[in-house]
Design a protein around this ligand. Sequence first.
Ligand SMILES: [Zn+2]
Length: 351
Amino acid sequence: MSSFSVSGNFVDVHQQRIYPVTIHIENGKIKFIREIPDSGLTTNDYILPGFIDSHVHIESSMLVPSQFARLAVVHGTVATISDPHEIANVCGMEGVEFMIENGKTVPFKFNFGAPSCVPATVFETAGAEVNAADIERLMQRDDIKYLAEMMNFPGVLNADEEVMKKIAAAHSNGKPVDGHAPGLRGEQAKIYIERISQPSDAKVPLAGGFRGATDHECFTKEEALDKLQYGMKILIREGSAAKNFEALIDLLHDWPEQIMFCSDDKHPDSLVLGHINQLCARAVAKGIDVFKVLRAACVNPVEHYKLDVGLLREGDTADFIIVKDLEHFAVQETYINGELVAKKGKVVTTK
Ligand SMILES: [Zn+2]
């Protein structure tokens, strides 16, 4: 039985309190959390849940999943929501299987979805096609968590049969659909969101009974606000390609329940420098309450996608990080399933 404990200032994202504790970890889970009486704490470090990139194509890091994980854990990332769209475009289902299997070789929580649009448009000649029957099969698998970015929004607006079958396959298996609708506004946005969101009479309701869907393509605050008001969850994207952080971050003040962070495409040169931890530091520097920031970076993705990622409650899997302060989020240690995977900028692993 492996057990150990860590002490520090506990950033309790549930009660929105910060106080000194000792956290006891046993067999990969949080066994108990004990408050330390006044002045009994000998460290200034903070303990908080790990970060989640809520939409990233691992392929654009030009690394296989196990190598992507080595760079990400150093910055406190413990999980991703990943769409294997790029590899599916080239290699079809064989590529998707490779990503899943390779990801399982390291202690990192990849959560793969089924690519909804391969090829991306009917005008594209891709190396493979993933049709509605394929999606139906994929949605029944436990290791496929959601239907990935439904970029064929004209198909959704026209209620194209093949497109609607794919959406129905996700919903009937209790899995959410990710949106992708750049520039869509008003009535059209409303119809799109309604069609990709799970109907409230679904047999397997989504997490928290919420029937929402996500979008990571907003470039302006007005567009994001439009979609937020129709119940959509907005992913603020800041990656190597698109950079929407400055335009959208102020929305986190008023919409902390409906916002997450993502990179979409993250090249290795920028992943080496930082990840979601950088977005947290930038958001806090803009005066946004740290608990709202951590809601976006840690809590919302776990709740929306029903991830097997712990949030530092007793009984949760021991996925957490230790940082020097809540301004720069310089990550000292990263733990996944109670295993120390990174320490002071270096990977700690037997692999
Ligand atoms: Zn994407």
